[in-house]
Design a protein around this ligand. Sequence first.
Ligand code: GLN
Length: 496
Amino acid sequence: MSNINKQKIVDSVPQKGFFGHPKGLFTLFFTEFWERFSYYGMRAILVYYMYYEVSKGGLGMDQTLALSIMSIYGSLVYMSGIIGGWLADRIFGTSKAVFYGGILIMFGHIALAIPGNITLFFVSMVLIVLGTGLLKPNVSTVVGDMYAENDNRRDAGFSIFYMGINLGGFISPLIVGSLMGVSFHLGFGIAAIGMFVGLVMFVLTKKKNLGLAGTTVANPLSPAERKKVFTYIGLGIVVIAVICAIAIPNGYLTFETFVNLIGILGILIPTMYFIVMYRSKKTTSVERSRLIAYIPLFIASVMFWAIQEQGSTILANYADKRTQLDFAGIHISPAWFQSLNPLFVIILAPVFAWLWVKLGKKEPNIPQKFSLALLFSGLSFIVILLPAYFGGTDSLVNPLWLVLSYLICVLGELCLSPVGLSATTKLAPAAFSAQTMSLWFLSSAAAQAINAQIVKFYTPATEMAYFGTVGGASLVLGIILLMLAPKIQGYMKGIR
Ligand code: GLN
């Protein structure tokens, strides 16, 4: 998209009206609030739904399998962002992508709300994977579209938006987690209602608040390209269908091969993405340099999210199996621990925003913030190995250990996540704007693809080694990144 077009979009959005930010931020804040409400509500109980016995309303799956599925699911949810980003950039624009995505997500949660069988469970996964791929990266791109290139409210805008995400993520596990004892399906039903409310909000307020933002197609397909692309897509679908038709009945496509396949895709897709963007004629030389700077940031982001996302898999399991749930006179639902991460984000995001301003010239640059994130995430895993170190793995652990671990990880998240969202919109080559946002989410996809491989190493007997190795890897990467920070900053060509 040319700079003139970008400016036209900015001019069409009422520039004030939501905490001194463009009015459209209200619409995007609440759309994403409800989408995350539904997503994190569902994730807070899904893991238990999978491995709880049938007599307790669960599906009675093997526990390691359930943890692995959670990671693969999380990976696919973010991987599908490349489809969502591509469709938005080249076919229908970000606003429509958000709308279609919301519809698919809502039906996904409805499928889980219907008491049924494993088929409905997988149907729901497909719908939510595709729907989130359409909605999540695109709603974030529209946030960036509302600000002029040099508007210094952009970072704060993303921080406010990040609050919306986390408000949704905070409230829903509390509600849905309380209901899971009654019925898992009731909990999933609440998630569906949440997405419905989000969709209504989006549709009712977008025209007035978002102006042209999200309505243009950044890099539309030419008729010739269109023909070629649709032929390739058709062929691709046929090839995949044939492979499945041969592989599944003959037992070649086991869950293990699928996990491995996602693991490979998790690394391969972002690599190809970088290559295509780097080599595109539409990418300028300054943008190329910025793409180079983005690579180490991307790797750091993978490491960070690998730990952060284990909050809803390994640590969720730790909450269920290793933690005293009768504490201070109340019975705690293990799902409630999922509210801790967003709660700390909400409390601490303003503190961090204040801190960065307060530090002024001493504010760490983007690569330095990313390395801090890795140091914190590493530390959060070191902390959670301590209860086993002091007390062994036979007795139940005081829940405050988990609280502390989540808290430390959030300190890292606030150095990386809002910063990364904003940096992505700044570092993106213009022709790939929505797709670069998908690239950012591919770091979460790659992280969880790796998690799906490593969860099998987590058992009570290996608990300390597990947390120590993963946490240690993060600490080491954090130190390396800190040393490389000045060089990376140079490649960013003036972006701060
Ligand atoms: N918790 C944040 C969100 O849902 C970040 C997720 C991610 O990027 N992995 O947006």
